[in-house]
Design a protein around this ligand. Structure first.
Ligand SMILES: [Zn+2]
Ligand SMILES: [Zn+2]
Length: 146
């Protein structure tokens, strides 16, 4: 299955081939709330290099709590497409709502729920963590859902 995505202005387009359905999770941390201007962010962990991108990507890098993060965004409209972080080596973190089929995505897990907005009621039958799970614990939980 090939999935496609775009930024807000469509200067960036990308495609992604995946054998399994894409696993999307919601991050409720305060950084994601601030950065998205919304209640939570929808992410998907992909193997490094999983996206074939075209268009004017620009980069924003920072260091926080000893972790190095690099975010890749459209050079025109500044929509973030994905990021890397030294906390999860070998993975790309896709901003899943840039996928063309994003209305059909359902989060398979919720993280940082201790910061979730109070009005939001989460389903009880899917994995959630009050903070961030280790990448290993998280990948195990997602693999168990498949
Ligand atoms: Zn754009
Ligand atoms: Zn977050």
């Amino acid at each position: 299955m090939t999935l496609t995505g775009t930024c807000r202005c469509a200067a960036i387009t990308y495609s992604l081939s995946s054998d399994a359905p894409i696993a999307v999770y919601a991050c409720h941390c305060t950084n994601c709330q601030t950065w998205s201007g919304s209640s939570f962010a929808l992410h998907s962990l992909l193997p490094e290099g999983a996206l074939t991108l075209s268009g004017p990507l620009t980069e924003y890098a920072y260091e926080e709590n000893g972790q190095h993060a690099r975010h890749y965004l459209c050079g025109t409209c500044h929509t973030r497409i994905y990021n890397t972080t030294s906390a999860a080596p070998g993975l790309w973190v896709l901003r899943a709502a840039t996928l063309d089929n994003s209305p059909q995505l359902t989060p398979m897990a919720h993280i940082w729920t201790r910061h979730k907005q109070a009005w939001l009621n989460l389903p009880q039958d899917i994995p959630n963590w009050p903070q961030s799970p280790t990448p290993q614990a998280f990948m195990q939980a997602l693999a168990a859902l498949r």
